[in-house]
Structure formats: structure tokens, C-alpha cells
Design a protein around this ligand. Structure first.
Ligand code: AMP
Ligand code: MG
Length: 487
């Protein structure tokens, strides 16, 4: 393969060109000894990138920004962030670059982004680097989310740089090549608003509308329509997280996209036992981003987005605030509707079932799971077997079978659709103990466990013989799980 092989895909620098005030042209640090650890071939194909070229030395250099394709203008993006509620006005890409945008065969634009590519002017005290473990972790979890059907940024590749990264110990460094429909965040709008330049804010909003919600351009109030579209996308997204038991862990405003894609997999994890108060992040001392708080935190972030957009809603502040509040009020309705519909699907309930019947069934089963400290994923998957007459697996998960029997009798009487349940209740999620096992092996140079885990979680609904240990719950000695961000 020649270096021209990638040129069938043209790179653009649209964000860099249209929003120069928010883009600092920058170069990735040169990696001393780049080595491709994992390449997402199906994603490369979707994007029209030649996988064979990407495996070549030049392709690997392109994946980490050491070979800049023509048309690309690598930039560090500026954004603000409310981090755990505290405002950091000038956050930005401290260890990442937007390499450029590419257009896929169906005309959709995608950001190609490098995470761990070296210090930028936004690095503050950080080293600008990332370690192999956390970048593979983002690869696994983001690809699992995609396979679950949940909107997310994607992972194209992880390349080991050959540079050591100092954390608690010295660790091998890596760059993640991340694909997103854009990297526009709530924090991008906070940044534009804080400059006081309404013109910049408007250009950013126009850019967001063109990329994500072109229909909003036709609305009577395009910027209000943009806001409403983001509210709807986030209500749907967070409902999907809750339904699958995903805890993002660091829902700061810089980690919430305008597109409605999940972004920035740091201290995230999936629930094992169903515990609404679950927190996995080592730095989330107050439980701000616990499992159950996620809808409230999403709404909090959307309020910050609304505040940022106010000057575009109406010249008169009071009128602008009214419009924002009306639109924001939709979040709770949309979230509840998405969550209720999703829970009904998880239970295989017939369409159009009266809410007076469905609601108590949902509430009661969740309280059984919580009281019994039952594995969330295993339970819902075992319910379809129960519906087919194999009642043992579900029964065995509950410490108080009699309360469950009473519930199951009412539920079974509604004729749940077991096949439909298997299409929404995954058998395989990136379980914390399996992720840790794969990362430890990969950090030591053995990529086999990573490959096997990826194989399981990228077809999460398709239960396959031989993968039993990937469907099983955490071993009893695994203990309380903690993850760390900024690594
Ligand atoms: P995150 O928690 O990954 O969303 O990052 C929050 C902010 O810290 C962003 O501005 C990152 O670019 C920055 N950051 C995280 N880790 C590093 C690092 N090792 N070096 C420089 N900046 C970093
Ligand atoms: Mg971030």
C-alpha cells in the first residue's frame, strides 16, 4: 500500500476554519516507537479508510497525528467546563487534538480526534499524555456502547507510542484515535458565551445546526430549535444509559456533547448489582454523578447550555429566559417517556399496555433487585428464559424467591415476548472485572484477552456458546470497584 491509499478519504479542517477563535493550530508530539495495538476494521470500512494502509507505518503515523494528511489542520479546541459543579473557564483540549473531519460514503461528517497526543496550550499542569490501559478502556467501552445501540463516539485505533507515562508508576503511553459526529460540547457554548462575542456564539450555533440538526435551520426560531433538539437527544441518551446500567462517572459540561453521543470514557462503569447510589469514580466523593443522579445532572448541564444560548433566543433577557425554561421543561417528560418505554421493552410487555399496570410492575421489580442486591444485566437477561419456561436462572438470582414469584406471576400473565426481550437485554456488557483483566494483560503485552472481550461485547445480544464467563457476574472476591480519571 502506498501513502496515497488514504487519500480516497479527504480530510477537511472545517471547525478550524469556521471557528478560529476556538481552535489553536497545534502538532501532535512525535511518538518514538509507534505500534498499533488495535484497529477497528469495521469502523475503518464505514469511514472509507483503508485498513491495510492504516496498519502500515505511514498509516500508524496518521492515526496519531505524526503524518498530517493534506486538508487537515490539527487544532486544540477551546472549551469551558463545569467540573463537579465548579466553573473552569478555560479548559480545552489539554492532551488531545482534532486532526480534521472526514466525510463517509453516505455524506456524513466525522471528527478524527487524537487523545493522548501531547501537551497543548490548554495542558496546564498535565503531561498531555495517556496510558495504554485507559485508552484501551475507552476503546472497549465505547465500542460496547455502540453495539448496544447507544449513541457514542467511536474508537478507530489505539497506538502505543513507545513513550513512558508517569502515573503512580511508569506506564506505556498510547494515543486513541477517536471518531465523533463532532466534539461540540455544552462547554463549547459556555466558552463562546463567556467571550461576550455574540457573533462567535451565533457562528458556533450555526455550525452545530449544520452538522447535527439541519432541520432546526428551517424552524421559526432556529437557535431555540437547536436547544430543543439537544434536550431531546440528551433525554434519550441518558435514558438509554439508565436502562443498560451505565454510569458515566464524570458528567461535567465539557463531557456532554451537542450531538447526543456519549463522550469521554474515564471513570465509567456498568452496574453489577443494581444499586441506584452506585459511584465508581475515585474523585466523586459526594456521589454527584452516581447512577441515579444522571438524569438530574444532564438537566443541570442543559440549563448551563440554555444560559449560554440566551442571547440567541431573544434580545429581551426576560423573554429569552421564558423560552429557555419552556424548552428545558421538556427534558423531564422526554426522559420519563423514553425510560418507561425502555423498561416496558426490557420486560417484554405488550405495546399499549396501560401505565397503571406497567408502572407498578417496573417499580416493584427494581425494588426487588435493589433489596436483593441482584446483578442488573444477569437478571433482565434471565427473565426471557423465565418467559420461555426456564424459571431456574432468574429464581436463583433472588435471595427472596417468594416476593419474586408473586411479581413474576403477574408479569407472566401479560404474555411477555421473550425474543423481543433478548433484543434489548444484553448478555454481554464490559463487566468491570473483565475489563480490568483485559487491560492488565494488554499493558503487559498480551492482547488476547482484549480481543476475546471485544468479540463478546460487540455482539451483546447474541448469546454464544463458549462465552459463558463473559456473561457471568463479578466474582465474589472482586470487591468494590473504583476507577480513576485523568489517566
Ligand atoms: P477529562 O476529565 O478527560 O474530561 O479532562 C478534563 C480536562 O483535563 C480536559 O481539558 C483535558 O484535556 C485535561 N486533561 C486531562 N488529562 C490531561 C493530561 N494528562 N495532560 C493535559 N491535560 C489533561
Ligand atoms: Mg473531557
Amino acid at each position: 500500500m502506498t501513502a496515497a491509499a488514504h487519500s480516497t478519504v479527504a480530510f477537511d479542517g472545517r471547525f478550524a476554519r469556521e471557528l478560529t477563535e476556538m481552535a489553536i493550530p497545534w502538532q501532535a508530539e512525535t511518538a518514538p516507537d509507534p505500534r498499533l495495538l488495535v484497529l477497528n476494521e469495521p469502523l475503518a470500512a464505514e469511514l472509507g479508510l483503508d485498513a491495510a494502509y492504516l496498519r502500515d507505518p505511514d498509516g500508524v503515523r496518521l492515526l496519531i497525528g505524526n503524518l498530517v494528511p493534506s486538508g487537515a489542520t490539527p487544532v486544540a479546541q477551546a472549551y469551558t467546563g463545569h467540573q463537579f459543579g465548579w466553573l473552569a473557564p478555560r479548559l480545552g483540549d489539554g492532551r488531545a487534538l482534532l486532526l480534521g473531519e472526514i466525510t463517509d460514503a453516505s455524506g456524513h461528517l466525522h471528527d478524527v480526534h487524537l487523545k493522548g497526543s501531547g501537551r497543548t496550550p490548554f495542558a496546564r499542569g498535565g503531561d498531555g499524555l495517556a496510558a495504554v490501559g485507559p485508552m484501551l478502556r475507552e476503546f472497549i467501552v465505547s465500542e460496547a456502547m455502540h453495539a448496544l445501540g447507544i449513541p457514542t463516539t467511536r474508537s478507530l485505533a489505539v497506538v502505543a507510542t513507545g513513550r513512558q507515562v508517569l502515573r503512580e508508576t511508569l506506564l506505556p503511553g498510547a494515543v486513541l484515535t477517536r471518531i465523533a459526529s463532532s466534539h461540540l460540547r455544552v462547554g463549547s457554548f459556555q466558552y463562546a458565551r463567556a467571550t461576550g462575542e455574540t457573533n462567535l456564539l451565533r457562528r458556533l450555533a450555526d455550525h452545530a445546526i449544520a452538522r447535527h440538526y439541519p432541520g432546526a435551520a428551517e424552524a421559526e426560531q432556529p437557535y431555540l430549535a437547536l436547544f430543543q433538539a439537544v434536550v431531546a437527544a440528551q433525554a434519550s441518551l441518558v435514558a438509554q444509559w439508565m436502562l443498560v446500567g451505565f454510569v458515566h462517572g464524570v458528567m461535567n459540561t465539557d463531557n456532554m456533547t451537542i450531538s447526543g453521543e456519549t463522550i469521554d470514557y474515564g471513570p465509567c462503569a456498568f452496574l453489577d448489582i443494581f444499586d441506584p447510589a452506585a459511584v465508581y469514580s475515585s474523585i466523586d466523593e459526594t456521589g454527584r454523578y452516581s447512577y441515579r443522579n444522571q438524569p438530574v445532572m444532564a438537566e443541570w448541564n442543559l440549563t448551563r447550555l440554555a444560559e449560554s444560548l440566551l442571547p440567541l433566543f431573544d434580545n429581551e433577557q426576560e423573554r429569552a429566559v421564558d423560552l429557555a425554561q419552556e424548552s428545558l421543561a421538556a427534558f423531564r417528560r422526554q426522559y420519563s417517556a423514553a425510560w418507561s418505554a425502555g423498561m416496558a421493552a426490557k420486560l417484554g410487555l405488550p405495546d399499549g399496555l396501560d401505565d397503571d399496570v406497567a408502572s407498578p410492575l417496573v417499580d416493584e421489580v427494581l425494588s426487588l433487585l435493589q433489596q436483593g442486591r441482584v446483578d442488573h444485566t444477569l437478571f433482565f437477561r434471565s427473565l426471557s428464559a423465565f418467559a420461555r419456561g426456564d424459571t431456574g436462572p432468574a429464581r436463583s438470582l433472588l435471595p427472596d424467591p417468594s416476593a419474586f414469584e408473586a411479581w413474576a406471576e403477574r408479569w407472566s400473565a401479560l404474555g411477555p415476548d421473550a425474543d423481543a426481550m433478548d433484543r434489548v437485554n444484553p448478555a454481554y456488557i464490559p463487566r468491570n472485572h473483565l475489563v480490568e483483566e483485559a487491560l492488565a494483560a494488554a499493558t503487559g503485552g498480551d492482547l488476547e484477552p482484549l480481543g476475546r472481550l471485544l468479540d463478546a461485547v460487540t455482539q451483546p445480544y447474541d448469546e454464544r456458546p463458549g462465552l459463558e464467563r463473559y456473561a457471568a457476574g463479578a466474582p465474589g472476591d472482586f470487591g468494590a470497584y473504583r476507577t480513576f480519571c485523568g489517566t
